[in-house]
Design a binder for this molecule. Structure first.
Ligand code: GLU
Length: 412
């Protein structure tokens, strides 16, 4: 039951709002997205047949500003998941103090089994289906699980055609030539790196030779492995959907990155892989779940041997598992804080699009760092002073501004 991501989110949102002094009405409003659109998208497949896909776009709350968040292409997408993900986006934007509420979209599909042109038609069809509800001042999509800058480019082009003017600010995570931001591609991983440094500092562990385990080799996981390797840490385990690779001396990350395909598959090229369950239970300093939801649960939380967990994925740890690992003194940097780097640089991209003036990478890195550190210090401070776990502290930091905005607008 606790593996229901929406229900788990609602429990913590309620606890956070109550601690901030809000009553039933605010809880009622913020525990669900204010808008959810379900769409059916007909797509002409390469063999001439038509397949109809189901997609969603959830907008949690727009009291602070337009809603913002990615679109995932995955066979496991559900309405509940998209709703929970939109609430998490609100929390990320709140923690980073961005002028946005949270939104999220998803299409039930398996992009690994679709051709390039089929993906293009699906992406364009999705934008046509949601176009009335989204826009640069309403709701701004971005990449998420198994979507990338090419998909953002098609979506931006389709939206611009519908509106009949060029609208780069409609979507973020675009290719640089179409108004994408420097540093967006690596932003989630950069943010996670900053959080790992903070956590290691608190635990008194030196980054040189720190043992890192990363679950997932997609956008966040692969860049993170690269940056950790470059920083002198030992990345001893990585995984993808097919399995995991482990080497106590440290894996040859540049080689693995070189062999990785565009969906982050690499382990299938090697013999002697271990399972994803074993990977999570490796003895290490930092464990980074960078894949999907519900990976650390009450079933395996007791066997996790990391001293720090930094959640690069959305929702990798259940509430019960959060309690179990926190009780054992594991330092947890929760998803809504740790993975905020992506949306922070998306915000920079949107600002640059709105101004038509583009920044260099140093400026982006510097501002990203400032925002991540500020977010971390705020959450860590709430955790210490209120004596609550890091997840609840992050929810309190994340929902505060939204609740205040709702109040000022007179909605509750
Ligand atoms: N999909 C990313 C996330 O879950 C980024 C969202 C964005 O850039 O708007 O945070």
């Amino acid at each position: 039951m606790m593996n229901d991501v929406l229900q788990a989110t609602q429990i913590v949102i309620e606890q956070a709002l109550r601690r901030l002094g809000y009553g039933d009405e605010m809880v009622e409003l913020l525990k669900e997205p204010m808008r959810l659109l379900t769409v059916r998208i007909p797509v002409r497949m390469d063999d001439g047949t038509t397949r109809v896909f189901t997609g969603y776009r959830a907008q949690h709350n727009d009291a602070v500003g337009p809603t913002k968040g990615g679109v995932r292409f995955h066979p496991g997408v559900t309405e509940k998941e998209v709703k929970a993900l939109s609430i998490w986006m609100s929390l990320k934007c709140g923690i980073a103090d961005l002028p946005y509420g949270g939104g999220k979209g998803g299409i039930i599909c398996d992009p690994r089994k679709m051709s390039f042109r089929e993906l293009e038609r699906l992406s364009r069809g999705y934008v046509r289906a949601i176009s009335q509800l989204v826009g640069p001042t309403k709701d701004i999509p971005a990449p998420d699980v198994m979507t990338n800058s090419q998909i953002m480019a098609w979506m931006m082009d389709e939206y611009s055609r519908i509106r009949e003017f060029d609208s780069p600010g409609f979507i973020t995570g675009k290719p640089i030539v179409l108004g994408g931001s420097k540093g967006r591609e690596t932003a989630t991983a950069r943010g996670v790196v900053i959080m790992i440094h903070e956590a290691l500092r608190i635990k008194g562990i030196d980054i040189k030779n720190a043992r890192i385990v990363i679950q997932g080799f997609g956008n966040a996981g692969s860049y993170l492995a690269k940056f950790m390797h470059e920083a002198g840490a030992r990345v001893i385990g990585i995984s993808d959907v097919n399995g995991a690779l482990y080497n106590e001396e440290g894996l040859d990350i540049p080689h693995l990155l070189d062999r990785r395909d565009s969906f982050g598959n690499v382990t299938n090229l090697f013999p002697n892989t271990i399972g994803n369950e074993q990977l999570l239970e490796l003895e290490c300093d930092v464990l980074v779940p960078a894949a999907i939801e519900n990976q650390i649960t009450e079933a395996n939380a007791d066997r996790i041997r990391a001293s720090i967990i930094v959640e690069a994925a959305n929702g990798p740890t259940t509430l019960e598992a959060t309690r179990m690992i926190t009780d054992r003194g594991v330092l947890l940097i929760p998803d809504v804080l740790a993975s905020a780097g992506g949306v922070i640089v998306s915000y920079f991209e949107w600002v640059q699009n709105n101004q038509g003036y583009y920044w260099d990478e140093d400026e982006i890195d510097h501002k990203l760092r400032q925002m991540m550190i500020r977010g971390f210090e705020n959450v860590y401070d709430i955790h210490l002073t209120r004596k609550i776990d890091m997840r609840l502290a992050a929810y309190m930091a994340g929902v505060r501004k939204m609740a205040e905005a709702v109040r000022f607008r007179g909605w509750v």
